[in-house]
Design a protein around this ligand. Structure first.
Ligand SMILES: [Zn+2]
Length: 204
């Protein structure tokens, strides 16, 4: 039988990234509801995440609640981009403005608290911006190849490879499924090459 750690590793994909920061390699099995305070949940499958040592050490047994509901995003059942937005100019991830209240979403605000998780430290901001530039360049290169009349299968394969190589920090999801798809050159790809767009969504 596969161990819990092995199954969690499988869920995090080939890059085995931390489910919180999406940056470092997942090395630790984390209890979302801390096992020190919620022992009854310690062995429940849905309470386990695979995260990096840095996120694990920093989070410790912190677990902010509002009433009985967690204020921390659970990346196994929630799409973090429902609560967060990416700002390419700064590399920062910020809380999304909640449409109903007009205020930053409390779950986004809490998850981004510096003492809870290291999601906006300088090193990660810089790496996010590098990932963003790589994705943008790959799409711009594909569009240029099409203008030059390059062979489609080759250009498509190169684009797929570049996107998979840069599937970090949740940014492939941001640009090919969420708000980032409205930014150039992603919106041109989506509008002019819908089949290519869908083929990318199938590989991320
Ligand atoms: Zn991490």
């Amino acid at each position: 039988m596969a161990t819990v750690a092995a199954v969690l590793r499988e869920m995090t994909g080939a890059h085995d990234r931390c489910m919180f920061c999406g940056d470092s390699r997942g090395t630790d099995t984390e209890h979302f509801w801390p096992k020190t305070r919620y022992a009854d949940r310690a062995f429940r499958w849905e309470n386990l995440l695979r995260i990096c040592g840095g996120c694990n050490r920093q989070k410790g047994d912190q677990f902010p609640l509002r009433g009985r509901l967690p204020l921390l995003i659970d990346p196994t059942v929630e799409d973090p981009w429902d609560f967060l937005v990416f700002e390419p100019v700064t590399g920062i991830i910020a809380a999304r403005i909640d449409g109903a209240s007009g205020e930053p979403h409390p779950k986004g605000v809490t998850t981004l608290q510096e003492r809870l998780l290291p999601l906006n430290i300088e090193a990660i901001k810089l790496k996010r911006q590098a990932t963003q530039r790589n994705l943008e360049r790959a799409v711009a290169r594909f569009l240029g190849d099409m203008v030059r009349g390059a062979a489609l299968p080759q250009a498509r394969a190169e684009l797929h490879q570049a996107v998979q190589d840069n599937d970090a920090h949740g940014l492939a999801q941001w640009y090919f499924r969420r708000d980032g798809s409205n930014e150039p050159p992603f919106r041109e790809l989506r509008a002019n090459y819908p089949e290519i767009w869908q083929s990318i969504q199938a590989v991320i």
